[in-house]
Design a protein around this ligand. Structure first.
Ligand SMILES: Cc1cc2nc3c(=O)[nH]c(=O)nc-3n(C[C@H](O)[C@H](O)[C@H](O)COP(=O)(O)OP(=O)(O)OC[C@H]3O[C@@H](n4cnc5c(N)ncnc54)[C@H](O)[C@@H]3O)c2cc1C
Ligand code: HEM
Length: 399
């Protein structure tokens, strides 16, 4: 909790700090990377830096955290922190890196707001930073302990056992331990980080959801290639590299699984809605439910451009038929793919004809407009906001 003397100071300065947060975080990253350029080359996602997405995610999380501290001091802001902590753990972030980040973040607050930052205001915001940092450090320490590893020791060498072209722009890689031992356990819905060395020598890291159940001796990731869109939008760095270079027998740096989009243990109904490449965590959940002969009612909704773009289409249908009480609803945006089958519809996904039970837990993964629309419909149909979970395939600018 924020100290009694800091609460009024943070409350009074939140609007001005909040209004400048994007400038503050931009300056923060500039100063951080001036001092430690290798962090930009080898740890942070440099495309997220170029587009400003990471700046926005950091600013959003600090604003949300500070607001909760002053407006609802009795609430634990775990939901804001859990996703960040899981992402940090999948990158191997350690407690000793927090003072460096804090120094540059608080330095940027002082530089942007200038003389307005009295010693009292500086101290109050330093307290906010360390409350957030210590909460993250504690969650991260627990996650490392649960994985049975030393802090930050998450990187493993994984060999590509198989490579499958799933569609024109999606490839699956089956990963195994080079020593042949079983892969580390994980929970369906979790992801790994993959680190590759790019042609300019930089090491860049991206996350990929594990797309089969934990019960196999191997892991599978499915990577969609991000092509250049226009002259101003270059191709995605890591996905293009993996498509062009990752071959059977190669060894990749892969982190231990992480992520908080995981199935609850209860037996209540599930609603799994995905679009495009967002199918990957849902496949892991479905595979797990099928392997454990789950009796849970499961509604699966998937939207794609065309059946040809719909990766793992046959596998998804097969998993649904293997479940005791599951139904599959598909939408293809392109009207030409209207189908005689009653569960295949043309156009954008809507939940008009579906009635989820009130105790349903929903999982969403896909582009933000898709998830916003589905979430809105689920709320209208009576689901509680806390029962709707989602994964963003990038910095979370939604929360
Ligand atoms: C938890 C999680 C799970 C994920 N699971 C999967 C998965 O299962 N499968 C999967 O394929 N992906 C997944 N992703 C996404 C994945 O991590 C990468 O973001 C994705 O592969 C793109 O990475 P990249 O290096 O190829 O593209 P980047 O270089 O990171 O670029 C990202 C996008 O920005 C565009 N871009 C580049 N430069 C600019 C610029 N200057 N201005 C505007 N746009 C620009 C690129 O064309 C590209 O479309 C997941 C992400 C997260 C966070
Ligand atoms: C209180 C301190 C911190 C806060 C509030 C914070 C916040 C965040 C947020 C909001 C994200 C994006 C999560 C998402 O994907 O949605 C993130 C990612 C990340 N953080 Fe932190 N963080 C902190 C400390 C640190 C430290 C000490 C490091 C180590 C240098 C670090 C390195 C990273 C990296 C590398 C990413 C991934 C960035 C990317 O891939 O674009 N963070 N952090």
């Amino acid at each position: 909790m924020l100290s009694a003397q800091s609460v009024p100071v943070v409350r009074a300065t939140l609007p001005v700090v909040g209004a400048s947060l994007n400038t503050i975080t931009e300056l923060f990253y500039r100063r951080l990377f001036e001092e430690r350029p290798e962090l930009l080359r080898n740890l942070f996602n440099r495309t997220n830096q170029a587009t400003g997405a990471q700046r926005e995610a950091l600013a959003g999380s600090v604003a949300a955290f500070a607001t909760l501290l002053v407006e609802r001091p009795d609430e634990r802001p775990d939901t804001v922190l859990s996703r960040i902590a899981h992402k940090h753990v999948s990158l191997g972030i350690t407690a000793d890196q927090y003072p460096l980040v804090g120094r540059h973040l608080l330095g940027a607050v002082a530089e942007v707001l200038g003389e307005a930052v009295t010693p009292e205001i500086g101290a109050a915001w330093e307290e906010v930073y360390w409350l957030m940092a210590n909460a993250l450090i504690a969650i991260e320490a627990r996650l490392y302990a649960e994985a049975g590893v030393e802090s930050g020791d998450v990187w493993r060498r994984m060999e590509i056992a198989e490579r499958h072209q799933e569609s024109a722009d999606a490839v699956s890689l089956i990963l195994r331990r080079p020593d042949g031992r079983p892969t580390a356990p994980f929970r369906p819905g979790q992801y790994v980080s993959v680190r590759v060395e790019l042609p300019d020598g930089a090491h860049q890291i991206r996350q990929y959801s594990l797309s089969t159940a934990p019960d196999h001796r191997t892991w599978r990731i499915t990577v969609k290639r991000e092509d250049a869109a226009e002259a101003t939008v270059p191709a995605g760095e890591v996905s293009s590299w993996l498509h062009a270079h990752a071959e059977v027998g190669d060894v990749l740096d892969v982190s231990l699984p992480s992520g908080d989009l995981v199935l609850p243990a209860a037996e209540t109904p599930l609603f799994l809605a995905s679009a495009g490449i967002g199918i990957t965590p849902m496949l892991s959940m479905l595979d797990h439910l099928a392997l454990t002969s789950s009796p849970r009612p499961v509604t699966v909704v998937h939207a794609d451009r065309t059946p040809g773009d719909h990766i793992h289409r046959a596998e998804q249908a097969d998993l649904v038929t293997r479940l005791a009480d599951a139904e599959l609803h598909l939408w293809y945006e392109n009207d030409a793919h209207r189908s005689a089958a009653s569960n295949v519809l043309a156009g954008r996904a809507t939940l008009d004809h579906l009635t989820p039970a009130p105790d349903t837990t929903a999982y969403l993964c896909g582009p933000l407009p898709f998830m916003r629309a589905v979430r809105g419909e689920l709320l209208t149909k009576g689901l509680h906001p806390s029962a709707i979970h989602y994964e963003v395939f990038g910095p979370d600018l939604w929360r």
